[in-house]
Design a protein around this ligand. Structure first.
Ligand SMILES: Nc1ncnc2c1ncn2[C@@H]1O[C@H](COP(=O)(O)OP(=O)(O)OP(=O)(O)O)[C@@H](O)[C@H]1O
Length: 681
């Protein structure tokens, strides 16, 4: 459940300044060429640095099966390469897929390329992201998240619909991209062996380890694209900043007081709570600025916002008003946001960290890599010159790691391994990973899947079970798909589908700290002593009962758009269930069944109350605490299962469900036999 306890309290704006310096000798960014934002789109295309290189590029790309393309941010790689290929008739026998690590990039790029080609989105140019497919039989240029191409590969490992796959923003090294590298490489090889139409693979980024990529993709040639269209000045703080939130705030208003209102600002922060808090503070301050300071439109941008709300950042601000976008790293790569002249980079990012020893995956705030810092800077200077204010010193920048550690080496691998096994990869350790995950992490994930019944071992080999095959049909973490698949046994599929959809969308509630008392009063009506899952379900049921009434949502601090999205997700999950011939039903008000089903699906995330009032995660014996946002915060239930762990000052369990020890024992007798004290339940 969303919380309002982990961000610092909204701060009063202290007049003052953050001092920056600009080192001309170390900008890393080059000289301008030409162009401006009001130029017609055809002319804009021709002004991109890539245009100069078009004939040579096409010449090379026509011949090569693999190519690594490296070019500065904004040089035109993502928007132009697919069009050049298409216009030159390369790969015409099939589709050209362009993968992106994030959905917001896939959607906005498809929109831009459709506009450049003067066609309606969904026709020649389309996109596919989780729970949304805007393509048709006419689509030839298909922007998609890497996760979606991976899902397609489960049904079609040779990716026969595609003649070209462009793996964009390869430096991001998400789990999906890394697995996709191996899948695409294998498809390419198999197609050659089977004499099928060849698959061309183009890997692109502005900031990647070219040697590593070239070596991995069969010593592929590296094509360097020179130059950038507009210059970006980089500023560093003179002194280290102890509080990047405060530094961001001061910098936003320094710029706001000095720069023309049409110059918009993009600020990189770490997460939703922090962004919402900063947004509130900015709006408050903006109301009380001296005359002469224009209005400010503050737009939050983070992954769990519904797509329509995310896309608001692309709309221009009203005339005379400055747009300030406060974003997580979802706007870090690929996107062009019109009007952005200034980027403010906190230098921090929230990222997953996994410890195979403890088996726990936690989200924690950490420093960005140099590659990320350059990508962030690259969001300015796309339509004209720009500036990037780094809220850290140049020395601090120099000490950053060059590239982000691949996610596959720092996350729980159970989802990936399930997908790989569904793809028919028998020995995951021998899968052709660009960077291998640690054997402990693979072992821990296989154990997890075995506990869930998704895989089994026979004669030292690991096999996918029938249940595992079904689990892989859902675009969800294995424990969620397992819970859904179990739900008919407890006659509570409607409830479980609602709960899983609510958890997949995750910010269905508003928790403005300034209205804490009102929020608590409104929530009381729905609050369940059985935990957060049931409380969420109560809210969702009430939402449906009032037919999604907006006024009701406002009164109850419910995010009506996100609730709408929950409905969509639920409908899609239901479709998958029906395809699997599951009998779906409801248990009405009998929540015991629902909790029991949750206990059976999510038992690996169980925690036990200790005699001293603290909690221990049963799997790993790690001390954990109930997050203050949970409805179970005041109580001391003997056993709970939790949805995720958040690492701030402590390790907090979020989204908890009250369970009986007996249910945990039923779910995994051997596993819990050693760990539980059922007398306490
Ligand atoms: N939605 C848009 N609105 C306005 N201009 C755009 C838009 N998308 C792209 N452009 C223009 O096209 C240029 C090239 O964008 P493109 O995404 O192709 O660059 P890129 O080389 O792939 O950059 P990156 O490495 O940052 O993804 C941008 O710098 C901008 O000038």
């Amino acid at each position: 459940m969303p919380n309002d306890h982990d961000h610092p309290p909204a701060k009063k704006f202290k007049p003052g300044s953050v001092f920056f310096r600009y080192d001309k000798n170390k900008p890393g960014m080059l000289l301008p060429r030409k162009g401006n934002a009001t130029t017609p789109i055809e002319v804009q295309r021709k002004q991109l640095p890539i245009y100069q290189a078009k004939p040579q590029l096409l010449n090379q790309l026509r011949q090569l099966h693999n190519a690594i393309l490296i070019g500065e941010t904004g040089s035109g790689k993502t928007t132009q390469i697919p069009q050049y290929l298409y216009e030159a008739g390369i790969g015409r026998q099939g589709l050209i897929a362009i993968t992106q690590p994030r959905r917001v990039a896939a959607i906005s790029l498809a929109g831009r390329v459709a506009e450049e080609k003067r066609t309606q989105l969904g026709k020649l140019v389309g996109y596919t992201v989780r729970f949304e497919d805007v393509t048709s039989s006419e689509t030839k240029l298909k922007f998609m998240t890497d996760g979606m191409l991976l899902r397609e590969a489960i049904g079609d490992p040779l990716l026969l619909r595609y003649t070209v796959v462009v793996l964009d923003e390869a430096h991001e090294r998400t789990v999906h991209t890394d697995v996709l590298f191996g899948v695409v490489k294998a498809a390419q090889r198999r197609r050659r062996e089977l004499n099928k139409i060849p698959l061309k693979v183009i890997v692109m980024s502005a900031t990647m380890d070219v040697d590593l990529f070239s070596e991995y993709f069969n010593k592929s040639p590296v094509l360097y694209l020179e130059g950038r269209q507009h210059p970006i000045q980089i500023y560093y703080t003179k002194h280290p900043q102890s509080d990047y939130l405060q530094a961001a705030l001061v910098t936003i208003f320094q710029i706001h007081q000095e720069a023309p209102p049409s110059h918009d600002i993009l600020v990189f922060m770490t997460g939703q709570e922090e962004i919402e808090a900063l947004a509130r503070t900015c709006r408050d301050i903006a109301k009380h600025l001296p005359d002469g300071c224009g209005p400010m439109l503050v737009i939050p941008l983070y992954a769990s916002l519904p797509p329509a709300q995310q896309l608001r950042c692309f709309q221009p601000a009203p005339k005379g008003c400055r747009k300030v976008i406060l974003s997580t790293n979802i706007a870090e790569t690929s996107v062009t946001i019109s009007g952005i002249k200034f980027v403010i980079d906190s230098g921090m990012v929230k990222a997953k960290r996994f410890s195979p020893d403890s088996g726990l995956e936690v989200l924690a705030v950490q420093r960005v890599s140099k590659a990320q810092a350059w990508q962030r800077a690259g969001r300015a200077g796309r339509e004209e010159s720009g500036s990037c204010y780094r809220l850290y010193t140049e020395n601090e920048f120099d000490s950053l790691i060059p590239m982000t550690v691949p996610e596959i080496q720092r996350c729980n691998l159970s989802s990936v391994i399930l997908q790989l096994m569904a793809l028919g990869v028998p020995d995951v350790m021998n899968f052709d990973f660009m960077s291998k995950p640690s054997p402990e992490a693979v072992r821990s994930a296989v154990n997890h899947l075995e506990l869930l019944g998704a895989v089994e071992r026979k004669e030292g080999q690991v096999f996918l079970t029938a249940l595992g095959k079904k689990m892989a049909s859902f675009p969800l973490e294995p424990r969620y798909s397992k819970t859904i698949l179990l739900s008919p046994d407890y006659s509570c599929s409607d409830e479980i589908l609602s709960i899983v959809s609510l958890l997949s969308v995750d910010t269905v509630l508003f928790n403005p700290p300034a209205k804490r008392e009102e929020v608590l009063a409104a929530r009381k009506k729905f609050s369940s002593s059985e935990g957060d899952h049931i409380t969420l379900l109560n809210i969702y049921r009430a939402f449906k009962k009032v037919s999604s009434n907006k006024e009701w949502c406002r009164e109850n601090f419910v995010n009506s758009r996100n609730m709408g999205l929950v409905k969509d997700v639920q409908a899609q999950l239901r479709d998958i269930c029906l395809k699997l011939n599951m009998k779906l039903g409801s248990c009405g008000a009998e929540m015991g069944n629902v909790r029991r089903c949750i206990a059976h699906g999510m038992f690996v995330n169980a925690a036990e109350l200790q005699p001293d009032g603290s909690y221990l995660a049963l799997d790993t014996h790690q001390p954990v605490s109930i997050h203050p946002s949970s409805v179970l915060f005041q109580g001391k239930p003997a056993y709970v299962v939790f949805n995720e762990l958040l690492h701030t000052s402590r390790c907090y369990m979020r989204d908890l469900c009250l369970v009986d020890a007996d249910w945990l024992l039923e779910a995994a007798p051997e596993y819990f036999g050693r760990k539980l004290h059922p007398s306490k339940s």
